[in-house]
Design a protein around this ligand. Sequence first.
Ligand code: 5GP
Length: 189
Amino acid sequence: MDELKKRILTDGRVLNSHVLKVDSFLNHQIDMGLMDRMGRAFFDHFKECGATKVLTVETSGIAVVCSLARYFHVPAVFARKTPSLTTVDDQYAAEIFSFTKQRAFTIMVNRRFLTPDDRVLLVDDFLAKGQALLGLINIVHQSGADPVGAGIVIEKAFQDGGSLVRDAGIEVYSLARIASFENGKVLFS
Ligand code: 5GP
């Protein structure tokens, strides 16, 4: 998606050889026009997949999943990272290790929001080492639903998440794929 790539080049900040900061339009302040056009781009790609739910992990995936849900006319669901002692028995749960926060989280989805009849399209802002997506796929499998694909805003193709998820049999469609960060510059695949 050319608009997204241009925005990454103008507003993205390469923090080190592995991490890109895009907090002026995606992760902190959100450009809703761009978000809407990204939702449309995901819809154009996945419109035949028969999704009945779109699913992400809080926090940064929420704006993305909402923009997709508007095009698919299905509920947007996000996995929580904060446990609730009162509802713990009603949750599907999976362990993930956060690449940016360098710590493990349990992600949880209430059992009422995923059923064996669901076809679930996964979404996230970044794909790095694949932990978030693999955790979501684990949860979808626990519910008996079908994961029908994964839409990613920015895939860092030099990390192994993309191949891990594709090897698990899930189609991954990324709006921007980054080959490397060289001397503080973003190079696209
Ligand atoms: P993974 O689970 O694939 O290792 O990492 C994906 C998650 O980590 C995303 O949900 C995203 O929030 C965060 N993440 C991974 N790499 C980056 C990055 O370069 N920049 C930002 N802002 N977040 C990242």
